[in-house]
Design a protein around this ligand. Structure first.
Ligand code: SME
Length: 160
């Protein structure tokens, strides 16, 4: 296995992660199993994360799904916090300083920056992907593009 730490997470790093994720999910289409694998994959392959997981869309409310990290809040209304903003706007939220984000929900006091990607398939919001980091400004525009690509691979590989 190639050591990802030596490559970093520039464009070539995300290309490699995309190929690895395709291989990881090949042969299984169950949404929950693939969500659990996806969360674990991101948590362990991306540097400086303290939480990675999904919140599932349940009738316009977000419900905690498979994740890695400390225990988290279970239900988040659309429009609340960074996850709720991503769900209601269907736009990726890239927040350099969560403490400056109105309504941010602090599940883990260690979190400083956050990236939340809405997972939309055939016009339906399936879930949001939430990544937290203890490092302020952890997520660059390049990270956002790379992680959005990984999210598309996950959606295409899973029944939902
Ligand atoms: N910080 C998120 C809540 C989820 S936890 O980070 C796992 C938010 O403001 O929506």
């Amino acid at each position: 296995m190639i050591d990802l730490a030596e490559i970093g997470q520039g464009q070539s790093g995300y290309a490699l992660l995309a190929a690895q994720l395709q291989a990881l999910l090949a042969g299984e289409r169950d949404f929950i199993a693939n969500s659990a694998q996806f969360a674990a994959f991101l948590f362990h392959e991306l540097e400086a994360l303290n939480w990675a997981g999904l919140y599932l869309n349940r009738n316009e409310e977000l419900l905690l799904g498979p994740f890695q990290g400390k225990v988290a809040c279970v239900r988040i209304p659309f429009g609340r916090g960074v996850c709720g903003a991503a769900a209601s706007s269907r736009q990726t939220q890239r927040v350099d300083d969560v403490h400056a984000f109105p309504g941010h929900i602090a599940c883990d006091a260690a979190s400083s920056s956050e990236l939340v990607v809405p997972l939309v398939k055939d016009g339906r919001l399936i879930a949001v992907l939430d990544l937290d980091s203890p490092r302020p400004g952890r997520f660059t525009a390049e990270d956002q593009a790379g992680i959005e690509r990984l999210a598309q691979i996950f959606l295409a590989a899973s029944d939902c």
